[in-house]
Structure formats: C-alpha cells, structure tokens
Design a binder for this molecule. Structure first.
Ligand code: ZN
Length: 240
C-alpha cells in the first residue's frame, strides 16, 4: 500500500516568540507531531508553517498531500484567503483534514463548518479525561476506555459546530464541563476530524495516547478510491 502523504501545518509563532512554549516544543508543535507520526509506519511526513511563502501551502504541496493537520492559535487572521480557498478546494476533492485544539477558530475550520466554532475555555492546569464514546470507530483503535491528560486547557460546551457525523470522544474536566472533543465530518469527498487537546504550554503532543489518536485519525481521513462523483444532466441508463 502506498504511504499516506501527511503535511503537518503549524502557525509556529508561540514557540518562536516565547521561551515558555519553546521549552515545551523546542522543534515546534509540528516537530513534536511529526516525531510521533514518524514512530509509525505508512506515512511520508512533511511540515509547513504560516510564515513560509504562500503560508507553506502552495498548490503543489497541497496536491501532494493526502491528509493535512492544522494547528493555529494567535494568527488565524494572518492566513491568506487564497490559502483557505486552496485548502477548502482540496478537502472538497478528497484531501483529509485533521484540525487540532485552537484550530477550531481557524479560517479553514470555520469555513468548512459554516458556524462560529466558539466555545468556553480556561487555562488552569486541569486534568482532562477524554472518554471514548465510539469504541468501534477506527480513530479509537488501540485505546483504553478513556485517555487522561494530566494538565490541559479546558474547553467546554456549548461548542458552536454542526452536529458531527460521528462523535468519537467526549472530554470531562474537573470544573464540571464536558466537551465534544473528537468530531468527524465529511465535506464533499473529504473527511475532517476535529481533536480537542493540544494547548501550547502543555506537552500533550508527546502523550502516547494522543499520538495514537492522531495516527488513527490520519489513516481514517486519508482519501479512499471511491466511485467518481458525477454531476449534471445525464442520459437514462439502459433499463435492463
Ligand atoms: Zn489553547
């Protein structure tokens, strides 16, 4: 089987501009995700960042990408509209998209959802317990009943997204909040997975279970050789 071509896109500002975050992710968040995926077979991995030409995602890179991962936070507005258009077009034509944590507010995720993607949040070094609510789903493969992350940011409901096609995870936080933290969508021919954890001040992307989820999500979101999508006026098929 051909390897899945993965592009890990990271805004890459926090880690460059602030020593606190660089201490957690010396090679950037994209570097930590790439390291985790690299432990598994079946992927060819490249990374891209906001400040590269064309936001690191020119047409040729996207055409060679089966699944795009997206982490952004403070510079969503600096992503060019042309970049958002290119990524949206590729998703509609079958490229998978895995949106991580604060990527919920990225232009591309809001474009694809058609909603604000707003939520409530709090950074207070709290435990996150991520319950698997679809144990037979391929993104839950190899996990226990729940994942625990010792310290994370809280995200809580209401999460202003369309009801997911499939919900794989629900997070619980000690403040009493819950959150739909693993949401599957399709848009056109493309599969989209939103996964909640991954605040820049916590070592979440080194967590083996989080890495397992990301690898599973990439495999799930990869394009499949389905039938061609045919539209428009058509002659009748032979009746028999
Ligand atoms: Zn965050």
């Amino acid at each position: 089987m051909n390897p899945i071509r993965v592009t890990i896109w990271n805004e890459y500002r926090h880690e460059r501009e602030d020593e606190r975050y660089r201490a957690v992710y010396p090679d950037g968040i994209h570097g930590a995700i790439a390291q985790g995926l690299g432990l598994e077979s079946g992927f060819t991995i490249r990374t891209a960042t906001l400040d590269e030409p064309e936001n690191g995602l020119p047409e040729d890179v996207l055409m060679e990408t089966d699944v795009l991962l997206w982490w952004g936070h403070k510079a969503h507005e600096e992503v060019d509209e042309e970049t958002v258009n290119r990524v949206q077009g590729r998703v509609l034509h079958g490229m998978g998209l895995v949106v991580l944590h604060s990527g919920h507010h990225s232009k591309i995720f809001r474009r694809l959802m058609g909603t604000s993607a707003n939520l409530i949040w709090r950074v207070a070094d709290e435990l996150e317990r991520i319950w698997v609510v679809a144990p037979s789903h391929p993104i839950a493969r190899g996990l226990d009943r729940y994942i625990e992350i010792e310290r994370e940011e809280m995200y809580g409901e209401f999460f202003d997204v369309p009801p997911p096609d499939e919900l794989v995870f629900i997070s619980w936080f000690p403040g009493g909040e819950v959150f739909r933290s693993g949401c599957c969508y399709t848009r056109g021919s493309g599969k989209i997975f939103y996964f909640r954890p991954g605040h820049e001040s916590y070592p979440t992307f080194y967590n083996p279970d989080v890495r397992k989820v990301i690898a599973n999500a990439v495999r799930w979101a990869a394009p499949t050789d389905g039938p061609p999508r045919v539209f428009g006026n058509q002659a009748a098929l032979p009746s028999g």
